[in-house]
Design a protein around this ligand. Structure first.
Ligand code: IPE
Ligand code: IPE
Ligand code: MG
Ligand code: MG
Length: 339
């Protein structure tokens, strides 16, 4: 339903938003192009992993499921991919992550200060994307701008909580879900909502699409947490166990803490209580305990539960096939993704 050409059109739109021959500050666009996988570290053309494009796919398919051609949502689809990439460039600085999509992160090559500029530029390009191409009617554009920026606000709130939780020994599961609803689910919810808006959906279906994206986003992040511990770095493109090293309060860890007793709990609590990153040996101990306590199975169950909730919300919006079917299929596939 979504042709490769349509997905490529998103890259073309992003390319057109950057100055073609920047007289100054060329570095800014070297960094953004590098991050998007278009050039390598030496600025030579490259075709590196550009990411899964989950958010623009959701946006275009939601538009089609609302009854319009998917290309009617190219502007918001481009915007959500840019916002996502802005958040990744900043997130890698915040998480001190050295690898993403099988390559060095922007900050490890150009330093954190310049990488912040690259992230800021991607954020600005996202706003511009809404005002490019065939402009929708003004009230649609205003609603989309508001939705996108509300999602960005939630994303920043989620990122603040995520970093605060690193230094806390105890975080409740409800606090965890509020954090990932902000950092991840808000943008997926906005992607579906904006797609459906550009597809002409009415108010009730719009809320169905929002609920679909939100629950899919929650499932997506729990799966990300799972892959961060048990995933194969060859597939994810990110080193495993980095969440454990930085003591991120991921769902598997929170579950293991709540399910443990006696010496298991003491070991985990004493590792988390120590200031600074976990050592190699501590990470090994944590993974052993998490596996023993069934944290992987628990995370998988939660992904299933949230995926079901997403599919119910989607059904409530009465999506038109084949796009409706594709949205449901994408949602199911993402729940057991390995990258
Ligand atoms: C990574 O998102 C950040 C999270 C919200 C978990 P994706 O897994 O969608 O990243 P790419 O774009 O495919 O690399
Ligand atoms: C996901 O962050 C959300 C954002 C980037 C805003 P994570 O830190 O959990 O994701 P990865 O594992 O770095 O992709
Ligand atoms: Mg993070
Ligand atoms: Mg991160």
């Amino acid at each position: 339903m979504l042709s490769d050409a349509l997905i490529q059109e998103i890259d073309s739109r992003i390319a057109r938003l950057m100055p073609q021959e920047p007289a100054q500050a060329a570095l800014l666009y070297d960094m953004t192009r590098y991050h998007l996988g278009w050039i390598d570290e030496a600025l030579r053309p490259s075709s590196a992993d550009p990411g899964k494009r989950v958010r623009p796919r959701l946006c275009l398919l939601s538009c089609a499921a609302a009854g319009a051609p998917p290309e009617a949502a190219l502007a918001p689809a481009t915007a959500v991919e840019l916002v996502h990439n802005f958040s990744l460039v900043h997130d890698d600085i915040q998480d001190r992550s050295e690898y993403r999509r099988h390559r060095k992160t922007v900050w490890t090559i150009w330093g954190s200060s310049q990488a912040i500029n690259a992230g800021d530029a991607l954020f600005a390009l996202a706003q511009l994307a809404l005002a490019e191409g065939e402009i929708a009617d003004p009230s649609t554009v205003v609603r989309a701008i508001r939705e996108l920026n509300m999602a960005c606000r939630s994303l920043c709130e989620g990122q603040v909580l995520d970093l605060q939780f690193e230094d806390r020994n105890r975080v409740g599961v409800e606090e965890y879900y509020a954090m990932i609803e902000g950092k991840t689910a808000a943008l997926l919810a906005a992607s579906c909502w904006m797609g459906a808006l550009y597809g002409g959906a009415g108010e009730a279906p719009l809320e169905g699409y929002r609920g679909f994206g939100k629950h899919l986003g929650l499932a997506f992040q729990v799966r990300d947490d799972y892959l961060g511990i048990w995933g194969d770095p060859e597939e994810t493109g990110k080193p495993s166990a980095s969440d454990l090293i930085s003591k991120k309060k991921t769902l598997p860890l929170l579950y293991a803490l709540s399910a443990s007793i006696g010496s298991d709990r003491e070991i985990m609590e004493s590792i988390l209580a120590e200031p600074g990153p976990a050592t190699h040996e501590q990470v090994r101990q944590l993974i052993e305990l998490l596996s023993k306590l069934g944290a992987a199975e628990y995370a998988a169950q939660e992904v299933n539960r949230l995926t079901q909730a997403a599919l119910e919300a989607l059904a409530s919006a009465h999506p038109v096939d084949p796009a409706g079917d594709e949205l449901a299929g994408l949602c199911r596939r993402l729940s057991f993704r390995t990258r």
